[in-house]
Design a protein around this ligand. Structure first.
Ligand code: AMP
Length: 212
């Protein structure tokens, strides 16, 4: 199963991606986590992108695409992935679609998580208290939301037009989000009624971990 997770900062991408990865035995690939790891490790890439990440600006498309290529291809050969935080711009989405076609690994579904803006800000400020991320200050949060609205929100219509968008509000009990997610994946033929992942060739045989 190959999934993309998009949504504003604070919409719950990390949480849902982790659950999906555990449930289906697929890799959780978070562009933000990988970039932050480079910054922490002070790699050459980390030094180049530090100022973008800390200011809440998007890292240049080519840098992110290069960084994600290897882990995504490896995960594809190993059951699939949930890509959390990618794509974030139309050029990223278009390039990813092109590469996917070339390699025969197009995405099965794009999960779009939503929550009201004030709820997003509240969640991110809570996370700041827990995790101390440098981009979780109020000013940077507001900037990231503006960047999201300008650069990433247009992807919603793009994926809706391709018929692979699954939209879910996370502003409600977790059990409801989880049930709708399972139903949405089932409706797209990606999950069997028992909760297992269908195999990529569509034979319907069980290939994934059991739904938990
Ligand atoms: P996240 O952890 O998804 O909130 O991402 C944290 C930061 O990493 C973002 O504010 C950007 O600076 C950078 N980032 C993550 N994913 C991408 C992407 N797909 N394109 C460009 N920048 C990204």
């Amino acid at each position: 199963m190959r999934l993309l997770l998009i949504g504003a900062p604070g919409a719950g991408k990390g949480t849902q991606a982790q659950r999906l990865a555990e449930r289906f035995g697929i890799a959780h690939i978070s562009s933000g986590d990988l970039l932050r790891q480079h910054v922490r490790d002070q790699t050459a890439l980390g030094r180049t992108i530090k100022s973008y990440v800390e200011a809440g600006d998007l890292v240049p498309d080519a840098v992110v695409m290069d960084m994600l290529r290897k882990p995504t291809v490896a995960a594809t050969e190993n059951g699939g992935y949930v890509l959390d935080g990618f794509p974030r711009t139309m050029p990223q989405a278009l390039r990813a679609a092109q590469i996917g076609l070339e390699l025969g690994i197009t995405s099965d579904a794009v999960i779009y998580l939503t929550a009201p803006e004030e709820e997003l800000v509240t969640r991110l400020l809570d996370r700041a208290n827990r995790d101390g991320r440098p981009d979780d200050t109020l000013d940077v949060i507001r900037h990231r939301l503006a960047v999201y609205a300008r650069e990433t929100a247009p992807l919603v219509d793009y994926y809706r037009g391709r018929g692979i968008l699954l939209e879910l509000s996370t502003d409600r009990p977790e059990a409801d989000v989880r049930a709708d997610l399972r139903d949405g994946l089932e409706a797209r033929g990606l999950v069997l009624a028992g909760g297992s992942q269908t195999v990529p060739d569509g034979t319907g045989a069980s290939a994934g971990a059991k739904d938990r």
